[in-house]
Design a protein around this ligand. Structure first.
Ligand code: C6P
Length: 426
């Protein structure tokens, strides 16, 4: 590790990362003989002991199916599972616990809205506005809907800073617009989109708005009522929770008006041989046995993040962003995509997708792995965005609040060595 005088962590007060790192056992290991530097947090975050313990505790003491049994274990499991609905509602400031539907992940939550609302509500010629920076999870479901309903897809382009082009967005809005579905924080460009303004403009023409909060919920305080979105989706595994548990927020009146998505146990009121009546919210959208342990562990993740404070996490990540960009700027000819952060690190997420001319992103990621540094390479499920930027792949370092300034030093010096190594071969 190369500690320079400029490294902010050289200051006396321990940084947030220094305070929390012991909570994450996985971070304390060597990979390829070097201390692990995990910078693939946009793909999935690591889990604190509190989350690991919640899963263990549930299977050791409380395992039973929820909402079904009279017996004590079932009552305990149900209580723990339903308590997470309250926590999730509070975490994103939903008006009611009925507005939170547990799903496997954000992808399933978007598909839920696409099938349960889009397929039934859209007519030929209706317009759906997306952006060119969307993750495949917020493109493909709407392609299904457009193919089956005759609705038309429109895409907001990038502005000169490679962020959301608000002017282009408003030029696409019309009385034909029925849905706007937009990512809050881009997993590739790192831009933080103006979702409150997007919702206000879309609502003026009577359109509904879905916000993909996959990359914002782990990092920023979220207030769905202040944003005034109609739906909001997130994945628990990117916010210290386990895989298999995510959620859909929807305004109560809108969820009530929607048909169910999947049919089966748990989502019904009464079943006859030829028809059924459905349960009320939120159970109408939770068919079958849910991911009970995972949802309970998501609750532990929410408790953990809340105890730290999302404002504090966001503020620390801004410091990391400033330092990351400052250090990456010392590498000539490195191209980072998306808007630049302010000098204090504000204005974008703590991630950088980049290319170095002549070098393949997979080669960069492979050699960095030899130095213990985990980054992602590829199209990050934003293939249309990569096509638009005339790229087949980028390398991406994505940080979380347990990452340190020293890790940025290790990453940047390993990246410099990697570039030097390949440059000598060329
Ligand atoms: N992005 C990444 O490495 P799921 O798979 O449902 O948990 O998340 C999908 C998803 C949706 N929207 C955005 C903005 C995302 O970033 C992701 C997941 C990961 O960038 C895996 S491709």
């Amino acid at each position: 590790m190369t500690l320079t005088q400029a490294t902010p962590s050289a200051q006396a007060t321990p940084t947030l990362a220094q305070q929390v790192r012991s909570d994450f056992p996985i971070l304390h290991q060597e990979v390829n003989g070097k201390p692990l530097v995990y910078l693939d947090n946009a793909a999935t975050s690591q889990k604190p002991i509190a989350v690991l313990d919640a899963i263990h505790h549930y299977y050791e003491r409380d395992n039973a199916n929820v909402h079904r049994g009279i017996h004590t274990l079932s009552a305990r499991a149900t209580e723990a599972y339903e308590a997470v609905r309250d926590k999730t509602a509070q975490f994103v400031n939903a008006a009611s616990r009925n507005e939170i539907v547990f799903t496997r992940n954000a992808t399933e939550a978007i598909n839920l809205v696409a099938y349960a609302w889009g397929m039934g509500s859209l007519q030929p010629g209706d317009e759906i506005i997306l952006t060119v920076m969307e993750h495949h999870s917020n493109l493909v479901p709407w392609q299904f809907v457009a193919q089956r309903t005759g609705a038309v897809l429109k895409h907001v382009q990038l502005n000169a800073e490679e962020g959301f082009d608000f002017e282009h967005f408003t030029s696409l809005l019309s009385e034909k617009t029925k849905l706007v579905s937009v990512v809050h924080v881009s997993n590739t460009l790192g831009c933080i989109n103006p979702v409150t303004e997007i919702c206000a403009a879309a609502h003026q023409v009577g359109a509904k708005v879905l916000i993909d909060g996959c990359q914002s919920t782990p990092h920023l305080p979220i207030d769905v009522q202040a944003i005034d979105c109609d739906w909001f989706v997130a994945s628990g595994h990117k916010m210290c929770g386990p895989t298999g548990a995510g959620f859909l927020y929807g305004k109560q009146a809108i969820l009530e008006a929607m048909n169910p998505f999947l049919g089966g146990g748990e989502m019904i009121q009464d079943v006859f041989l030829d028809h059924s009546t459905y349960a009320g919210l939120p159970h109408k959208f939770e068919a079958g046995t849910p991911a009970i342990a995972e949802v309970i562990a998501l609750g532990a993740a929410i408790d953990y993040l809340t105890a730290i404070g999302m404002d504090k996490i966001h503020a620390y990540e801004e410091e990391l962003t400033a330092y990351l960009f400052q250090q990456l700027a010392t590498i000539p000819n490195l191209r980072i995509y998306g808007p630049k952060p302010q000098a204090n690190g504000s204005g974008r997420a703590a991630l950088a997708a980049f290319t170095y001319e002549g070098l393949h992103a997979n080669d960069l990621a492979t050699l960095l792995d030899q130095s213990g540094v985990a980054i992602r390479s590829g199209h990050h499920c934003t293939q249309p965005l990569h096509n638009q930027l005339d790229l087949s792949s980028t390398a991406r370092a994505s940080l979380y609040f347990y990452n340190t300034f020293e890790e940025i030093d290790v990453f940047v010096s390993a990246l410099k060595e990697t570039i030097e190594f390949f440059s000598e071969l060329l």
